[in-house]
Design a protein around this ligand. Sequence first.
Ligand code: PHE
Ligand code: NA
Length: 438
Amino acid sequence: MTRETWKTQVGFILAAVGSAVGLGNVWRFPWMTANNGGSAFLLLYLCIIVLVGVPGLLGAFVIGRRSKRNPVGALRSLSGGSRLWGAFGLLAVCTTVLLVSFYTVVGGWFVRYTAASITGGYFADPGAYFGSVNYGLPAFGFALLFLAATAVIVYGGVERGIERATKLMMPAIVVFLIALIAWTFTRPGSMDGLTFFLSPDLAYLRTHFLDILPAAVGQAMFTLSVGTGTMITYASYLGEERSLPFDATTIAVLNTAVGVLAGLLVFPLLFSFGLDVGSGGPGAIFVSVASAFSTLGLFGRVLGVVFFAVVLLAALSSSISMLEIPVAYLVDERDFSRGRATGVMAGVVAVGAAVCALDASVFSLFADTLVNLLMPTGLAGFLLFVGWVLGKNALSEYEAGAGPLGRALGSPWLLFVGVPIPIFLLFTVISRLLSTLG
Ligand code: PHE
Ligand code: NA
């Protein structure tokens, strides 16, 4: 059987952007920003995207395109059969299963809000509505709906399912966010939200640096889908020689733009409705946007349906990129058929989703703490692999298809991913561990 590849030139970049842009931008980014000091967090996060995220994406692309394998097979085959590296790849696959578990719960919240926009169910009191729907059996039911949609697309395979699903989503979400932001800025009080989000608070940054650093790093990894093997797997379907540095930069820019747009919407909205930023928790996006829609009557319902549905589409193109990892592993390494692999993994994820949907503290353990620990660990391992196992071979893979500027940056990149970035990532993991335990 020949391995599937992306059908069109743009297939890879569309799917990779589809994976990157998702609930991480619209939901997790405002949540983390609110929890970690607003503009101080934003500044740190942007630096990390540039200095760690883009080089990290490049590392994942190099591993994937060179090996043409899932993360486990990739690390094993490129290291000449090392069991240790194979096991590390398996850790990344397991991390992805954990991620998609809580992700489907949040996806379920968006399904719920799309439906509730039709009935106007959250109009009376968006804050109270969110509080009553976020955890429990109904929340699990909606998560299952979201998971079923994800599994159906993953089962459809790389080219038919994933490529097609991601083509519409980006332009739609950007247009929506911009239109809503424009409306928000006409509301009194919205400028305070802008200040909270944008005006750099260097004093806060200085005093809380070590507290917010792990969260900023974790969010940067999560939003770029890097450190779990997703980008390795997507690059493994690359047939032709694209410029990897160009693609990595494009993905980071588009993804960051959507996150910043989401922040420009959520914070001005929260302030203009007099809602407390800090206590919004993981519901900030719902409470703020739902509050806005509820003031607009019937028009608000239409807007609500379309807005939440568009975000759902973005969420799906991310969740399929998560579920694809364990499925590709079972197909490539364990001789599963695609159908059986998808069925088995959907079952496992359903259990994970149940655990997250039924208990708020388990949910935040997964969605906050574990993301901030496991994703940087995963990326540190991948980059050590690139720097120390692949070495010069990584450089020639990086250079294939790259333009002159990209090629000129190759050697510094290899040096950077081999030593300083892994040290930095492991430092944030350890400091987060110590602060969690202490
Ligand atoms: N990047 C996705 C988002 O921002 C989440 C994701 C993480 C997807 C890891 C795949 C792998 O929503
Ligand atoms: Na993202």
